[in-house]
Design a protein around this ligand. Structure first.
Ligand code: SAM
Length: 238
């Protein structure tokens, strides 16, 4: 039986392993969640699966958890990247959270010609991915990459990774996802859509497949969720 409270830690996990808590984690466990010595917490670090750990020291500024047994193995998501053009902050947070819950292996903010977001704070987005993994029972946390320019993404592209090019210009057509196994990436444009230059670059890329997400134009955050749903149902682990 796994403890309800789940905590992501940047620390190796294994039988008898002691895990020190930082001030923030101690405040959350002992201040907010009112846990005490002897209580159990589910720990994961994105590499060693989920472990049941006993609170062996509890204090205002720190504490120690001791791993007792493994409650779940590491479950890696399929090799699917979500690449998206950042939008307003709250909606970008939403995209990162949903991508984590829906099984993205990596999340890449892509700066396109019409991207109109403010500065992308990678650390803050990474914290959202951690929180989403804690909440959804995941044992893996996708890396949120540093923002990268659209051209640079395609310049060094690994041709063995297929691209699901969500093209709003295809709204209403029946352009479906081809059932090709292997690594994939979804790409979603900004509120202003892809520029003609970006669209033709993707249309001419051998490993990119233009796909419609239905007859209506979706907001970028809705499109990210819809695209990942289509991909997971067709090729993923759902
Ligand atoms: N400004 C664009 C327009 O009016 O056509 C809309 C861009 S939409 C808000 C943001 C992104 O979501 C698009 O670049 C595309 O990647 C994706 N998207 C939205 N609706 C879609 C659809 N029906 N089919 C495929 N992709 C879609």
């Amino acid at each position: 039986m796994s403890a309800k409270i789940r905590l992501y830690v940047e620390h190796p996990l294994g039988v008898g392993q002691s895990v020190p808590l930082d001030k923030g984690q101690a405040h959350y466990l002992f201040g907010v969640m009112r846990q005490a010595v002897g209580g159990m917490v589910s720990l994961f670090n994105g590499r060693d699966g989920e472990w049941q750990a006993e609170i062996t020291q509890a204090g205002k500024r720190g504490g120690v958890l001791t791993c007792r047994d493994q409650s779940a193995p590491l479950r890696l998501p399929p090799d699917l990247w979500l690449m998206f053009a950042p939008i307003k902050k709250a909606r970008t947070d939403f995209i990162v959270e949903k991508a984590t819950e829906m099984g993205a292996a990596r999340i890449v903010p892509v700066m396109t010609e019409f991207t109109n977001s403010g500065r992308v704070q990678r650390d803050r987005l990474q914290a959202h991915a951690v929180e989403a993994a804690e909440q959804c029972g995941g044992t893996f946390v996708p890396e949120v990459a540093e923002p990268v320019k659209f051209g640079a993404v395609l310049d060094g592209w690994d041709p063995t990774r297929q691209i699901m090019f969500c093209d709003e210009a295809l709204a209403g057509t029946s352009s479906a996802l081809p059932p090709v196994a292997g690594p994939w990436a979804v790409i979603i444009g900004p509120e202003g859509g892809f520029s003609e230059r970006e669209r033709s670059r993707l249309q001419n890329a051998d490993h990119a497949h233009a796909v419609s997400l239905g007859p209506r134009i979706l907001r970028a955050d809705t499109a990210a969720v819809a695209a990942m749903t289509v991909w997971q149902q067709t090729l993923g682990d759902w």
